[in-house]
Design a binder for this molecule. Sequence first.
Ligand SMILES: [Zn+2]
Length: 472
Amino acid sequence: MDELSVIDFSFEPTGDPFVDTGGLVLENLIRRFPDKSLFQLIEFATDIYIDKWKQKLHSVFHTNSKLLNPSTKGKHRANTLNYFEKLISKQKTVDSIHGFCKICGREDLLYQNSREFFPLSGSGAFVNFHHGHEEGTYLCNLCTIKLYFLPLGVLQIGGNVSVLQIQTKFTQNFVKKNIIETNFDRISKNTSNGILKSEYKNPKNALFHFAGEIIRMARDENASETLQLFHFTNFGATPFCDIYTLPSPVFRFLNKVLNYQPRLWYYFVNRYYRIKNATWDWESGHWLQSKKKELQPIEEDEYRNNPNLIYERLLAGKSILKQILHLHREHFKQHKDPFPLDIAIYYVKEVLQMDNQQIQIIKRIGDAVFELAQKEHNFKKYLVLLEGASRSYQLRGALLKIIKERYKNGEKEPLIRLQDYVEYLFPDGQSWGEVRDLMLIYLYERLHDADVAETEIPEDIAPVEEEANETF
Ligand SMILES: [Zn+2]
């Protein structure tokens, strides 16, 4: 009988988050203990699970697994090792078949897997879950063994555990350093007593924190990838999974802001946490709460798990330009330093895919509006015109009015030519509202630079529901 050894493993990602994370743990263990056999590594993991973690693994492995089954108390270690010994020597079992592995596609002897060691994979009782009404998911011995190392690569976030899908070396390095190696360091220091816990309880905020760490570790301006966080539990009768996706344009945008304007970015994000009975202090850039009859700043660790509007909108594919505009406006009103344009520009380029030409046209119109307003000593009139445009035809009307005014003033060059208008200002597939918001952001910057009186700006216009996908 062939003995499977550590050299038989391929650690190329398969696309299955559970198998790949388990594989990454196994790869790390092989490097750590080059002299141990595969069986000894399985023994090593089993000892951690039983002796150090006291079998607190119910969110990853099923209660009825060989490792946790309450009815086989005292035999958990022996039963588990016996099962994997069979897999290592590729012995046929009652439920093994010959075929192609569902995860890696290799043709080999396959073993029936269920929720016992393969989270959320269905169970024999629900045959409609599996292909061709099979009684489980059939995997090769390599994939099945990788799954056994999964608990050492997951992170607990709130009540559930999570894995990050490993697609590039950037995520791989992050998971290795922040989860797997942290686990082994703690185990060697005897300070590990269960699955590693994150300081985050809110998976959305955690995902942005992970993205920040991945970007910091990557030190690569061109790094780009889609992050996927599986927040799940394989627990008993209530298995569950939420998948959070941070798309690659958002990742590239974060890469830019965190490399060039990290303080500004966190200031902006902090402003949009939802915190009960707290007020944002524009002066200090902190949240304040009344404590002992005095307003005192709240520390970030007190609110890091609160919902954050910016993170939520970015994950939902909704624009954050309105929130950026709000900050520009407030900085102007509060006589603070101007809020730099960088975040808006990175955002429209990376996420909204505006090209330079479009941005230049928007700026050119902004300049023209500024000059007209200055000439007429009436900024309010033009700001009301643009801020008040809550429908695309209103913005169109506002632009026409500006074009007319310029013509009446004897300007030789038209503000915008038809081709620019159609091809660049309002290209297909983009929302007109974003064009207006960027124009206003730019206009507020000019107002700020020219030290225009605060009384010139209109009262806050109540947020209006815009037509969802209306284009020009
Ligand atoms: Zn396989």
